[in-house]
Design a protein around this ligand. Structure first.
Ligand code: NDP
Length: 250
């Protein structure tokens, strides 16, 4: 049920953090993997890491905010492996600032990466998946798409937008055999959150708010992404699955 042999997964922002962990989880279930990112060195290192785990992986330098670039990555996946079955729409970033300090440029960078990027990659993948009459799209949202939080103006707006795109696409693409869901992680230690989580007092507060009494780890996302990518989720679509230790439920 969880076997992904013969399937191809494209993971945007798969060179680090959550994207790389998800690429590894899907690859270990047998999927061919294509990871994208902007930085060449990180991509090469990630490809090597996946190779050590016996995973067939391609790395494509691609910026999700650039239509041509993301369309080329989708085309590369199809050329190399013959299909595109799974899109993990993961590339993202955050600039934390109070509302009154957010520069227009901060807003544009965050919303372009997190929301326009998801749209462009989702559209390019959906066009291929419609031709195939099957596919699984997994958008990576956040607790801040579901609950409020200080200093998250552009990030929370982009993640709330992702949740709505997930519902809209699920309905639109269901007749084509395509499932669309989102994963909304809580705090996970990655390059994106490393400096934020260095503040021990703040981290203790975050842990205190989490029902399960700890922050998330990359391995906590492996099961949910495999579930949503595999036949085990064939009656699940349009859902935002929180993977946050209970954070958003209180
Ligand atoms: P990281 O910063 O560790 O990794 C981000 C990845 O995205 C990198 O591979 C980066 O590569 C890539 N990326 C960034 N911008 C672009 C772009 N314009 N085009 C293509 N690739 C890009 O972040 P995380 O792993 O922590 O986060 C991954 C996703 O998970 C994000 O959507 C984030 O919002 C979400 N998330 C993270 C949480 C956490 O606690 N870590 C919690 C909830 C959600 P490069 O810079 O080389 O392009």
């Amino acid at each position: 049920m969880f076997n992904l042999t013969g399937k191809t997964a494209l993971i945007t922002g798969g060179s680090k953090g959550i994207g790389l962990a998800m690429a590894e989880a899907l690859g270990k279930q047998g999927a061919n993997i294509v990871i994208t990112g902007r930085g060449e060195d990180a991509l090469s290192a990630a490809k090597e890491q996946l190779g050590f785990s016996g995973i067939r992986a391609e790395a494509v330098q691609s910026d999700v905010t650039d239509r041509i670039s993301i369309e080329s990555a989708v085309a590369h996946a199809v050329e190399q492996f013959g299909s595109l079955d799974i899109l993990v729409n993961n590339a993202g970033m955050n600039i934390r600032k109070p509302l009154v300090e957010v520069e227009e440029e901060d807003w544009d960078r965050v919303v372009d990466t997190n929301l326009k990027g998801i749209f462009l990659a989702g559209q390019a993948a959906a066009r291929q998946m419609i031709r195939q009459k099957r596919g699984k799209i997994i958008n990576i949202s956040s607790i801040y798409g579901l609950v409020g939080g200080p200093n998250q103006t552009s990030y929370a707006a982009s993640k709330g937008g992702i949740n709505q795109l997930t519902r809209v696409w699920a309905e639109e693409l269901a007749p084509h055999g395509i499932h669309v869901n989102a994963i909304a992680p809580g705090y996970i230690q990655t390059p994106m959150t490393a400096s934020f989580l260095e503040d021990k007092e703040r981290t203790q507060k975050l842990i205190g708010h989490t029902m399960l009494g700890r922050l998330g780890e990359l391995k906590d996302l492996a099961g949910p992404v495999v579930l949503l990518a595999s036949d085990a989720s064939n009656y699940i679509t349009g859902q935002i699955i929180s993977v946050d230790g209970g954070w958003s439920a209180r």
